[in-house]
Design a protein around this ligand. Structure first.
Ligand code: ZN
Length: 66
């Protein structure tokens, strides 16, 4: 007897609004503080690539930087 189960495909929502999900610098970490500073400069200059890069490094704390 076959009873094929059909799984409802749950909609996977990817976090596209990165602006709302930015990692916060870890207090006391000089690298995070520096990255946050650079990120602010980049945002002021509309350099979204650098903003994203900084967010990636911030999110990798502490493996992504010393
Ligand atoms: Zn850090």
């Amino acid at each position: 007897m076959s009873d094929p189960k059909t799984y409802p495909s749950a909609p996977v929502e990817l976090p596209l609004r990165l602006d709302d999900l930015e990692p916060t610098p870890v207090e006391g970490c000089a690298s995070c503080t520096e990255l946050a500073k650079v990120r602010d400069w980049a945002r002021a200059g509309n350099d979204r690539t650098t903003v994203t890069d900084c967010n990636v490094f911030l999110a990798r704390h502490p493996e992504g930087h010393e």
